[in-house]
Design a protein around this ligand. Structure first.
Ligand SMILES: [Zn+2]
Length: 197
């Protein structure tokens, strides 16, 4: 089975998240219908991403150059560090164009049931960083989940003795949504985090 190249391609594609065999088959035949250079470029991009991308030694973002572009940008404020669970979350915050500080990616959140403790996350690296370059503020941009909350609490205890101001993203109601249809947990948090006008 593994010797037929079409089967092999379908097999590999179907391992991607959210891609079943049907979609994998459609993708494989789509690739086959394209001019040859498309598949070659795709293969090259896959090859390069595996060969060239690694963790930034400072913020743990994925990058082809170390330090990453965000850490190397002198216009960004190094005194404020936004901590995220994932590179995707970092990119989402970067997309808002509101944050002009530095980042730190933990690559996960505490989840004892899944065997993810502090050692599995890039927490040591964050502490080392704070020892080398003092920060004024740490913004916790963690997911509003049990794991995200546990991670926030853990970091708060760890960093509090350093005397650095710590903030976290506000919990809120989705923009453009209807309060009537907002789930109770979100509404409760939004109420507790209400702001003075
Ligand atoms: Zn970096």
């Amino acid at each position: 089975m593994a010797t037929d190249p079409i089967h092999r391609l379908i097999g590999e594609l179907s391992r991607l998240p959210g891609v079943g065999e049907k979609t994998a088959t459609r993708l494989a035949f789509y690739i086959l219908r394209q001019p040859k250079h498309y598949a070659k470029n795709l293969a090259q991009a896959l090859h390069d991403v595996v060969e060239q991308v690694r963790f930034c030694s400072s913020c743990q973002n994925l990058t082809a150059v170390d330090p990453c572009q965000l850490c190397a940008d002198p216009r960004r404020n190094e005194m404020i560090i936004c901590v995220t669970e994932s590179v995707q979350a970092l990119r989402a915050i970067e997309h808002t164009s509101e944050f002009r500080g530095r980042y730190h990616v933990l690559h996960g959140a505490l989840s004892p049931l899944d065997g993810i403790g502090p050692e599995e996350l890039r927490i040591k690296e964050l502490l080392l960083r704070l020892r080398q370059t003092p920060a004024e503020e740490i913004v916790l941009a963690l997911n509003p989940t049990v794991e995200g909350d546990a991670t926030a609490l853990y970091l708060q205890k760890l960093i509090a003795p350093l005397g650095i101001k710590m903030t976290r993203l506000a919990y809120g109601v989705a923009v453009g949504s209807d309060l009537e249809y907002t789930d109770q947990a979100t509404l409760t948090r939004a109420y507790l985090g209400r702001q003075l006008l």
